[in-house]
Design a protein around this ligand. Sequence first.
Ligand SMILES: *Cc1c(COP(=O)(O)O)cnc(C)c1O
Length: 399
Amino acid sequence: MSLDWISTADRLKSLPPYVFARLDELKANARAEGVDLIDLGMGNPDGATPDPVIDAAIRALQDVKNHGYPPFEGTPNFRASITNWYERQYNVVLDPNGEALPLLGSKEGLTHLALAYINPGDLILVPSPAYPPHFRGPLIAGAEIYPMMLSAQNDWLIDLGAIPDEVADRAKIMYFNYPSNPTTATAPREFFEDVVKFAKKHEILLVHDQAYAELAFDGYKPTSLLEIPGAKDIGVEFHTLSKTYNMAGWRVGFVVGNRHVIQGLRTLKTNLDYGLFSAIQCAAETALQLPDRYVEEVRERYRSRRDFLIQGLGELGWTIPQPKATMYLWIPCSVGMDSTTFALSVLQKTGIVVTPGNAFGAGGEGYVRISLIADHNRMSEALNRLKNAGIRYDSPIVC
Ligand SMILES: *Cc1c(COP(=O)(O)O)cnc(C)c1O
């Protein structure tokens, strides 16, 4: 029976078409033809979760007291390990009862925060390009989005001065993310200070996503929003264990910061979910207490891949500054090509999957994102394929 009398809600129709759809189709075709794909498209870490975390999870699984519904607001132990971690990292003291909330991955929290705080028609500031949930969450909530256009000239930093006063006064929330996915940009502490001043002046809730808090290289240490005096009055910060501890599949993250904002998110969530499986919270607690060498290893893995690929792409005409953080390279398409055409022709000619920059918003046009999720062997195979296909920065690809 046809279901043409029913259609999805308008909130789904408000979402822009998924740029990945065409790419997925081509990937599936290539696989069916037996092409050995090198998929550098997804931000999916290829490493294993550290053994002590797995061991903690196994022990917790075997304990019957973890088998029932977990507490809505997360276990007291996990919340305490979050605020202890936070104090160790940033020297900022937070109350585990109310200023920290575990999440089923930070994507869940980022999107639900939009549903908890945005009414249809509210104006929301989002960088372009941005991590898709930062605009897709608000769109689902019916927001009007003001894209803050980023550019290489401004080092992919948000230009607060370019936001008209009447826009700033109307805006309710600003989403932002440094170190940034997809641009790999980092923001100096002064930028965070400016953002807090700006938000206070215009009464804007700051939502900072610090997914790459620990994936930073060469001694660089990213700033946390809550390190800035007064930031807790107007902001929250999202963290995830997905990248730092190779735990993307476990679905665990958390939000810290303003207790009223966290309470609003919690109220929505008590109507949607029961929180994280307690065994996963035990594992996450262990992760946040791991000795530094575990994270050091993860960092070293991405750093060496970063250097290897930058060197190899350099030989093909690309000059890419070394990102100080994240697990990506953000590279300009070959001269004269747009993101989609470039990504599709790279896929067709080499079997390498990269993400077209426009998947992250119009501000990503002209760039592609490469994830550092393959080992040196696969990356050197990728570089060979690019070379043999004649794909260089300075010469447009002949399709
Ligand atoms: C990978 C990533 C996340 C992680 O989301 P989880 O749902 O916690 O796995 C969040 N924000 C950004 C910017 C990311 O790149």
